[in-house]
Design a protein around this ligand. Structure first.
Ligand SMILES: NC(=O)c1ccc[n+]([C@@H]2O[C@H](COP(=O)([O-])OP(=O)(O)OC[C@H]3O[C@@H](n4cnc5c(N)ncnc54)[C@H](OP(=O)(O)O)[C@@H]3O)[C@@H](O)[C@H]2O)c1
Length: 320
C-alpha cells in the first residue's frame, strides 16, 4: 500500500533545485556545498560575514548556479533577509541544509546560563527559525527538503558534552514533530546524524572559562574528566574512516531520495549507537557506556585543593 502523503517523489532536476547550506565555508558544510555543485544543483553557500573570504581563498566564486551569501545564523535580521531575498531572486529555497554548528566542551557544573543559551541558539533555535521561514514557500510549491545536521550527540550524551547534546536532542525533538506536520505538503524532514568524522571539527570546541581552568589544573575535581575525554575523542577522530566527503554524499542521497527517512545515521559508529540504544535495556546501556569511559576509575580522584564554584552569571550580564 502506498504511504499516506509521501513527500512527492517527482524527479527534480538538480539545476532547478535551489539548496541553501549554512556554515559552508569549512568542514562538513564545505564538503556538502562541493558535492552539490558537482551534481549541478543551484547552491547558495552561506557563511558568517567574517568567514566569507574563505570562499575566494578556496577558489569558489559566484556564477554557474553558485551563489555566495553572508549569514550569521544567530542574527534574526540575517535570517529573514536571506530567505526573503532568495524568494524574490531565485523563486525560493527548495532544500534547506542546516549544517552550521558549534560545540561546547564542559561538564554541566562548569557551564553558565549564557553558555547554554549560546549553544542552543546556534544549534537549535537558528536552524528551527530558518526552517520556519522557509516553509511558506515550500508549502506553496508543495515540495521541499529540510535537512538538519544532527549528531550521535542527538541520540546519546557523553560527559563534558552535555550542552552540545542538549542542543542536538532539542533539534531532534522539534524536527520529529516537523516531520509529521509538513509531510502533507510533500516536504521531507531529515536528521543526518554523523558520529566521529576524521576532521578538525572537534578541535574547534569551546571551553567555558571554568572548564578551561579545570582542564589546566590537575588539582581540579573535574580535571580527569576533561583530560581523558579530550584524549579519547582526539584519538578516535584521527582513526575513524568517515570524512566530511562521505557524510556529504549521504546528504546528497537524502535530497535525491523520493521519500527520505526522518533519521539517517551517517557514520559507522552512529549506526552502532543507533542500534545499541534500541537493543539494550536502558540501564544496561548506560552502565556499559559508563564503564567504557576512558580511565573512568581515575575520575573524581586526585589531589584536589578546591571545589569548582559554579558561576551564577557572567559579569557582562550586569553591564549589558
Ligand atoms: N566534526 C564532527 O565529528 C561532527 C560530528 C557530528 C556532527 N557534526 C555536526 O556537523 C556540523 C558541521 O560541523 P563541522 O564538523 O564541519 O565543524 P566546523 O568545521 O567547525 O564547521 C562548523 C561551521 O559552522 C559555522 N558556524 C558556526 N557558528 C555560526 C554562525 N553563528 N553562523 C553561521 N555559521 C556558523 C562555522 O563557521 P565559522 O568557521 O565562520 O565559525 C563553520 O563553517 C555541525 O552541526 C556539527 O554539530 C560534526
Amino acid at each position: 500500500m502506498p504511504p499516506l502523503h509521501p513527500p512527492r517523489g517527482r524527479h527534480r532536476k538538480p539545476a532547478d533545485t535551489t539548496v541553501l547550506v549554512t556554515g559552508a565555508s569549512t568542514g562538513l558544510g564545505l564538503a556538502i556545498g562541493r558535492a552539490l555543485i558537482a551534481r549541478g544543483y543551484r547552491v547558495v553557500l552561506t557563511a558568517r560575514p567574517e568567514s566569507m573570504h574563505r570562499f575566494a581563498d578556496l577558489g569558489i566564486r559566484e556564477g554557474q548556479g553558485v551563489f555566495l551569501r553572508a549569514l550569521d545564523v544567530r542574527d534574526p535580521d540575517h535570517r529573514l533577509r536571506i530567505i526573503t531575498e532568495l524568494e524574490v531572486d531565485l523563486g525560493g529555497i527548495d532544500v534547506l541544509v542546516n549544517n552550521a554548528g558549534i560545540s561546547y566542551r564542559t561538564v554541566i557544573e562548569h557551564a553558565t546560563e549564557r553558555d547554554l543559551q549560546d549553544q542552543l541558539l546556534v544549534n537549535f533555535q537558528a536552524p528551527m527559525e530558518l526552517a520556519r521561514l522557509s516553509l511558506a514557500g515550500m508549502r506553496a510549491r508543495r515540495w521541499g527538503r529540510i535537512i538538519h545536521v544532527s549528531s550521535v550527540g542527538g541520540m546519546m550524551a557523553m560527559p563534558t558534552m552535555g550542552l552540545y547534546s542538549a542542543s542536538k536532542h532539542a533539534l531532534e525533538g522539534a524536527s520529529e514533530a516537523l516531520w509529521y506536520e509538513v509531510r502533507p505538503w510533500g516536504i521531507g524532514v531529515t536528521l543526518v546524524e554523523p558520529g566521529f568524522i576524521n576532521s578538525d571539527g572537534f578541535q574547534k570546541v569551546r571551553y567555558t572559562p571554568l572548564a578551561q581552568q579545570a582542564e589546566a589544573d590537575q588539582r581540579d575535581p573535574y580535571h580527569a574528566h576533561y583530560r581523558y575525554m579530550a584524549d579519547f575523542i582526539g584519538a578516535v577522530m584521527r582513526r575513524v574512516q568517515a570524512t566530511p566527503q562521505s557524510v556529504a554524499n549521504k546528504v546528497v542521497r537524502v535530497i535525491e531520495h523520493p521519500d527520505p527517512p526522518l533519521r539517517v545515521p551517517a557514520t559507522l559508529d552512529a549506526s552502532l549507537f543507533f542500534w545499541l540504544r534500541r537493543m539494550l535495556p536502558r540501564w544496561v546501556y548506560h552502565r556499559v557506556l559508563y564503564w567504557g569511559l576512558p580511565s573512568v576509575r581515575k575520575w573524581g580522584r586526585g589531589p584536589f585543593s578546591r571545589p569548582a564554584l559554579p558561576e551564577t552569571g557572567p559579569k557582562e550580564d550586569a553591564e549589558d
